[in-house]
Write a protein that binds this ligand. Structure first.
Ligand code: NAD
Length: 428
């Protein structure tokens, strides 16, 4: 018997083909948008702390830049594959288009496990990644950003390497920089807050009073924590979060009937988002199997960890009470699970709309870096709210008008915008 492994690019293609049918795209446009325009794979030699040399595999995929320079994060992950990067680059194209910012879609990655690397080794990987690709990216070509297991420090090492190679100051080369060196206020909160804004609007549309709702969250990293913070500020209660336990090589759910204490949990979480089980138990949390977060009896599910988490196999275990799924992660729901959610009339805030707050603020950062003039935090968060809310309203309107799911509506808007840009440029 052969076991079929999950391929994110196949999933991204499937989603795209479905929308290409809805939009009636011609063959040339399908061929252009269905594959990346450019992709690069390269070796990054790194001298390790013990004196040996390791060769790490790096990637950059530029899916489409018809609407502007490519934009997309760099992931450091032991299971990174070119197909994951391709899928994420394609999703970035749709994400920038759905929030209507003038950027295209790219993504990068390195196969490595930061859990087992020293700071010096990580710095060498960051600098090595830039050295291999520095002529093919840049403020007017393709602008990287942080993603899973990379952070502002990684971005600063990358910027420093880029500026060394190109002999000048190019703060607009990369986003997600530390606020003290060219970063934007609000960037670290942007994806999580940006998810909470359309969630707030969705609750309004479904006549749900936030203070009467409960949520269960997968993950306890950057996206999860700031989504929880804003959702709690709106009055909502989070009863379950989950995280990856590096030692055990498994995930764990942390449940508290009367609601989690965000600050207390954050204090017992390591820098990669892993929650200390022993200390969580001492704080009164029930320690449950990793997959339990999805079965909780709540109104809202927020997958904010990894792709391929809500599948045809486990979608049936979602509680009947769940009304909204707000996708913080990229690609957390497979098309098979999507069919179940549509059938059950669960309102989905699709990933590339729901988590577009990060790239929107990255765009604000790039604008500020390029003008070398920086805005205050309130101004940025208010611009972010406006952008996310208006994108949400556009998607809801198309969903209602065409009687299609929120995911399809988001795709219709974004693929339509990118296809139009390709036509206007005379590419297809
Ligand atoms: P992160 O590394 O800060 O946190 C990831 C969290 O998920 C950690 O708490 C980790 O323990 C947990 N986790 C990992 N595997 C898990 C599993 N199998 N089960 C349960 N928990 C698990 O990452 P992040 O920046 O919060 O990103 C999370 C997701 O959001 C990713 O899909 C990423 O691509 C997407 N995303 C991130 C941003 C951003 O700005 N950070 C923007 C858009 C999308």
């Amino acid at each position: 018997m052969t076991i079929k492994t999950f391929n994110p690019f196949e999933m991204a293609r499937k989603q795209f083909d479905h929308v290409a049918d809805i939009l009636g795209l011609n063959q040339a446009t399908r061929d252009l948008l269905g594959s990346p325009m450019r992709e690069f794979t390269f070796s990054i030699p790194v001298r390790m702390d013990d004196g040996s040399v390791n060769i790490f595999r790096g990637f950059r995929v530029q899916h489409n830049d018809a609407r502007g320079p490519g934009k997309g994060g760099i992931r450091f992950h032991p299971m990174e594959t070119i197909d994951t990067v391709r899928a994420l680059a394609m999703w970035m194209t749709w994400k920038c288009a759905v929030v209507d910012i003038p950027l295209g879609g790219s993504k990068g990655g390195v196969i490595c496990d930061p859990h087992n690397l020293s700071q010096r080794e990580l710095e060498q990987i960051c600098r090595g990644w830039v050295r291999q690709i520095s002529r093919l990216i840049g403020p007017n070509i393709d602008i990287p950003a942080p993603d899973v297991m990379t952070n502002p420090q990684s971005m600063l090492w990358m910027l420093d390497e880029y500026e060394t190679i190109h002999g000048g100051k190019y703060p607009g080369f990369i986003t997600g920089k530390p606020v003290s060196i060219g970063g934007s206020q609000g960037r670290k909160e942007a994806t999580g807050y940006g998810l909470a804004f359309p969630l707030r609007e969705a609750m309004k549309d479904l006549n749900l009073k936030p203070s009467n709702t409960e949520a269960s969250v997968q993950g306890f990293g950057n996206v999860a924590k700031f989504t929880i913070e804003m959702y709690q500020r709106l009055g909502g209660k989070v009863v379950c979060v989950s995280s990856w336990d590096q030692k055990e090589g498994a995930s764990t759910s942390f449940f508290k009937r009367d609601g989690i204490d965000l600050d207390a949990l954050a204090k017992i979480t390591d820098h990669l988002g892993g929650i200390d089980k022993t200390r969580a138990r001492e704080l009164g949390y029930d320690i449950l199997p990793g997959e339990d977060w999805i079965t909780r009896d709540v109104d809202i599910l927020i997958p904010a960890a990894l792709e391929n988490q809500i599948t045809g196999e486990n979608a049936g275990t979602i509680s009947k009470r769940v009304k909204i799924i707000a996708e913080g992660a990229n690609g957390p729901t497979t098309p098979e699970a999507d069919a179940v959610l549509t059938e059950r009339d669960i309102f989905v805030l699709p990933d590339f709309l729901a988590n577009a707050g990060g790239v929107t603020c990255s765009y604000f950062e790039q604008v500020q870096s390029n003008m070398n003039y920086y805005w205050g935090r309130d101004e940025i968060l208010s611009k972010l709210d406006t952008k996310m809310t208006s994108a949400y309203v556009d998607v809801v309107n198309v969903s209602k008008k065409r009687k299609i799911s929120m995911r399809d509506a988001a795709y219709v808007i974004s693929v339509g915008r990118v296809a139009q840009a390709c036509v206007d440029r005379g590419w297809v």
